[in-house]
Design a protein around this ligand. Structure first.
Ligand code: PMP
Length: 307
């Protein structure tokens, strides 16, 4: 279970961890009508810093807009509340989970009459796909579960209910002995993993599936694309087939929780040599350097909790 923290922010107040509870008739528990974010704070030489906090909070509001949910706070209030919470919970490195959901009140499917509750929780979270995965790469498998498309559960919104799909794919992959699942779009193109975006390197070009494949517009993906551009690496969004993955020179996946993780094989075909490639390694190295406050060129992405 998640290690208890001092406080959870709920509807404008910091409440003790033990009291941060919801009613069994919470609308979102029944119908999955909610949106959330996943953010990380890292310990840096200048104290705790939340990586691209404002970008994450902005995406949170975009998700809410898609679901026609009204978050009764300004984005700047949630940015500030997050910084205070991270400070008060006393873990300079932690995962941060803002969530807005239809709470206790009306039942039935009409979401427009519901009450929107907002909460922010934090907890310490190590390497999501394991330290060995970060170092050596993970084994992935194409899932039999497709990624939902913009006319089913819009993938541009990070919805709580939408993750049933990811959880089904994850369980299937784990049961089959793999680390992670790769989902294809309804049209059969590579979309993303259960909680990570996908990149391949082919002929020196860094390629990621376009949003039309149903991939979330990941903030780590944007970060990696920017870093690659700054390194003079050509980047491209494209429609990828599963065989493009099998034949890639390198492959890695990105996400706030997972960070930057090489993929050693897809459907038991080794990617490249089967070892993390040089481009993947360098981007991973830079990512960790930046989030931990050790690269002044990208300091604007760090939102320090104090000062
Ligand atoms: N895809 C999905 C389905 C995700 O849940 C996540 C994690 N939020 C990502 C991609 C990666 O997004 P980010 O880099 O913004 O964490």
């Amino acid at each position: 279970p998640i290690q208890p923290m001092k406080y959870v922010w709920m509807n404008g107040a910091q409440v003790p961890f033990e009291d941060a509870k919801v009613h069994v008739l919470t609308h979102a528990l029944h119908y999955g009508y909610g949106v959330f974010e996943g953010i990380r704070a890292y310990e840096t030489p200048r104290g705790s810093a939340v990586f691209r906090l404002t970008d994450h909070i902005n995406r949170f509001y975009e998700s809410a807009k898609i679901l026609m949910m009204e978050i009764p706070y300004a984005p700047s209030e949630l940015v500030e509340a997050t910084k205070v919470l991270v400070t008060d919970n006393e873990y300079p490195s932690c995962y941060i989970r803002p969530i807005a959901y239809l709470g206790y009140g009306e039942m039935g499917l009409n979401p427009l009459t519901g009450t929107t509750d907002v909460a922010i929780a934090t907890w310490p979270w190590g390497a999501y796909l394991g330290e060995e995965g970060l170092a050596k790469g993970i084994r992935a498998k194409i899932s039999s579960f497709k990624r939902h498309d913009p006319n089913i559960i819009p993938p541009a919104a990070k919805t709580t209910g939408g993750y049933i799909n990811s959880a089904l794919a994850k369980a299937e992959a784990i049961k089959a002995g793999y680390d992670e699942a790769i989902m294809l779009s309804g049209q059969g193109y590579v979309s993303e993993c259960t909680g990570e975006n996908i990149f391949i390197v082919k002929g020196g070009v860094l390629i990621t599936p376009s949003d039309a494949s149903g991939a979330l517009s990941g903030i780590t993906r944007r970060t990696i694309t920017q870093l690659a551009n700054d390194m003079g690496i050509e980047t491209r969004e494209a429609q990828l087939l599963r065989t493009d993955l099998y034949l890639a020179d390198e492959m890695f996946i990105t996400g706030t929780a997972a960070e930057v993780v090489p993929v050693s094989s897809v459907d038991d075909r080794p990617i490249g040599t089967g070892e993390p490639g040089t481009v993947s390694r360098e981007l991973q190295r830079r990512y960790f350097e930046i989030v931990t406050g050790n690269n002044a060129d990208y300091d604007h992405w760090l939102e320090y909790t104090k000062g």
